[in-house]
Design a protein around this ligand. Structure first.
Ligand code: 5GP
Length: 127
């Protein structure tokens, strides 16, 4: 049952296709819960995406529907990716977009990991 207000999961979305190996990606890390790969259009010196292996549209969908093992496994994978990339000392930013106002482009839950440089303010000032 999808979370209210969200579209159902689309098996044809680009990250589902990456998970199935139909589209190549520059993999950084993989375990039973998550896959991490470089963003195709990086917005920082390091810009990696981490996605759960299950079919979740967004953070709300994932948080509501995934089992406790999958949720814990995913977030441990996020930390493992940052560790593997050597970002813990310098710091990094984790971001997820959900729905219209965020501009979420790909309807498979993912977090962005940004790092490798000072990242500046979290958001552009409101106009
Ligand atoms: P969103 O706006 O949904 O939070 O972010 C989607 C991200 O996926 C964007 O940063 C975009 O550059 C990235 N992206 C879109 N298509 C592909 C692709 O085919 N391969 C990879 N590696 N990244 C992609």
């Amino acid at each position: 049952m999808p979370v209210s207000g969200l579209p159902p999961y689309d098996e044809g979305n680009i990250f589902a296709r990456i998970l199935r190996g139909e589209i190549p990606a520059k993999t950084v890390y993989q375990d039973e819960y998550a896959l991490a790969f470089h963003d195709i259009a990086p917005q920082a010196a390091v810009h990696v995406l981490v996605i759960p292996k299950g079919p979740y549209v967004s953070v709300a969908d994932f948080s509501a529907q995934a089992g406790a093992d999958a949720v814990a496994g995913f977030w441990r994978a996020v930390a493992a990716v940052a560790h593997k990339l050597g970002l813990e000392q310098s710091g990094f930013r984790v971001l997820t977009n959900m729905g219209h106002d965020s501009g979420q482009e790909v309807p498979h839950f993912h977090v962005h990991i940004f790092g490798g440089q000072p990242l500046g303010p979290m958001l552009a000032p409101r106009r």
